[in-house]
Design a protein around this ligand. Structure first.
Ligand code: LLP
Length: 445
């Protein structure tokens, strides 16, 4: 499905709702989820990976990486599309359980899982816990025996693959916090195999995020399959989880590999790695987040102020840039300020024949790095009261929202076939004041 279209009179429409209607009904700014797009992408991902791995004769399962965007409804959409859930904290686990996700289909991550979260996971019957350190083996084993459980685990391997992405998003180079290098993992796995309360199910690797080609997955699969071949002497290794990280198109000019093609490429790489190690095929798992929910999310804003700034040029002279300030910013989308991430912007409430101007869309926060869209074009007559849309903000937008400057956190609304539903309501200053103990004490005096 296509997330937004134009009405006859030029307004942006998502799921049968006009941008102006959405903001009038649910407030500005607003996270809008195209439910059909997200559900279709989830189902398509399952179909694409199943087809690609059937081709090489291997089983495959998908776990949605819930860190990208998690509400109770979103979790249910994923379950209905046939995905399990990957959670990375006690809070994400709680939302998944509240959504009624079958715990057997939940995988739990974290490099420093708290005792309480491990307890909750074991008690709930979480399908796999991904071991991230040697110390965690003993902690988890003790908890599992306390509950009289045999807890299946994967061991996260730092494969040493350098993913081609922003340094914050690469997770498998040597000098970072996740997983165990292969050199240390052998001993860890031997220890797991000694313990009655743990069952080694397999290996895990996540090389990073926003990756557009199959090569890195192939390289990781290669290392994991070689290591797995050595481990088989000591017992079964049924599952290999190769993580998530499939990139999406953020800009019209981005040339993102379609997921189906990436799945086929990865399956071919995996088959090659297995053939080279002469090993049987384990069951594979992947954990896509962004590629499921990224494009189905659009953030809507209202323009408050515009300002022309003369920008001095290196070559001498100056150029004009139009700064367009909206009513949100780095609190609802940290990605531009955190990673220099690029988005595009669309005038949402109307179309215009006025020639486009180079704009920078900025937020309302107290720092100059508070950018929403670095460089894009809007009609030159963009003015206060206009509505703007930033497409492809479904992943890691709401998920990484914060309360800098005590702005409201926008509501999350799902639209579909002309119906709109609030999934998460707007968080307002009254909500924030309710956490301030002085305010609550004074009110009760
Ligand atoms: N599995 C594991 C173990 C992960 O750590 C991640 C993401 C995923 C799966 C899902 O990756 P995805 O398919 O969504 O790329 N805040 C950053 C992204 C951080 C990703 C962290 N881990 C951003 O906004 O780009």
């Amino acid at each position: 499905s296509q997330t937004a279209r134009r009405t006859d009179d030029g307004e942006l429409e998502i799921g049968g709702w006009r941008a102006s209607e959405l903001l009038a009904e649910f407030g500005s700014p607003l996270y809008v989820l195209d439910e059909a797009d997200i559900r279709e992408r989830a189902a398509a991902a399952v179909a694409d990976f199943s087809a690609a791995f059937a081709e090489i004769g291997a089983e495959v399962e998908l776990h949605y990486a819930s860190k990208a965007l998690l509400t109770i409804d979103v979790a249910r959409w994923m379950q209905e599309a046939g995905l399990g859930l990957d959670v990375a904290s006690a809070g994400e686990l709680e939302i998944a359980l509240r959504a009624g996700i079958d715990p057997a289909n939940i995988g739990m991550h974290g490099n420093n899982k708290s005792g309480a979260s491990l307890r909750r996971a074991v008690a709930a019957g979480v399908g796999t816990i991904i071991i991230d350190s040697a110390q965690e083996i003993e902690r988890l084993a003790a908890i599992a025996s306390e509950f009289d459980r045999v807890q299946p685990v994967l061991v996260r391997i730092n494969s040493g693959i350098h993913a081609d992405t922003h340094s914050f998003l690469a997770t498998s180079h040597e000098d970072q916090k996740f997983g165990l290098p292969i050199a240390a993992a052998g001993e860890a796995i031997a220890r797991i195999r000694e313990l009655d309360s743990l069952e080694l199910r397999g290996l895990h690797s996540h090389i990073g995020s926003s990756i557009y080609d199959a090569g890195g997955f192939g390289a990781a699969a290669d290392r994991l399959m070689r290591f797995r071949a050595q481990l088989l002497a000591g017992g079964p290794v049924l599952e290999v989880n190769l993580g998530g990280g499939f990139g999406i198109a953020y800009l019209p000019s981005d040339n993102a590999t379609p997921l189906a093609e990436l799945a086929r490429g990865i399956a071919a790489e995996v088959a090659r790695a297995c053939a080279e190690t002469g090993s049987d095929l384990p069951a594979f798992t992947f954990e896509p987040g962004r590629s499921i929910v990224g494009t189905g999310g659009t953030t809507l804003y209202t323009v408050g102020t515009t300002k022309t700034v003369d920008v001095p040029l290196d070559a001498g002279g100056s150029a004009e840039r139009l700064y367009v300030s909206v009513d949100g910013g780095m609190s609802d989308n940290t990605r531009p300020s955190l990673y220099g991430a690029n988005y595009c912007v669309r005038l949402a409430n109307r179309e215009s024949d006025v020639a486009p101007r180079l704009v920078r869309v900025v937020g309302s926060h107290c720092e100059s790095g508070d950018v929403v869209v670095h460089d894009d074009y809007l009609p030159g007559d963009v003015h206060p009261g206009d509505l703007l849309a930033t497409p492809a903000t479904g992943a890691y937008g709401f998920a990484m929202a914060n309360f800098y400057n005590c702005f409201d956190r926008p509501a999350v609304v799902a639209v579909r076939d002309g119906e709109a539903r609030t999934l998460v309501r707007r968080v307002t200053i009254d909500d924030l004041l309710a956490y301030d103990c002085a305010a609550t004490e004074e009110e009760t005096r």
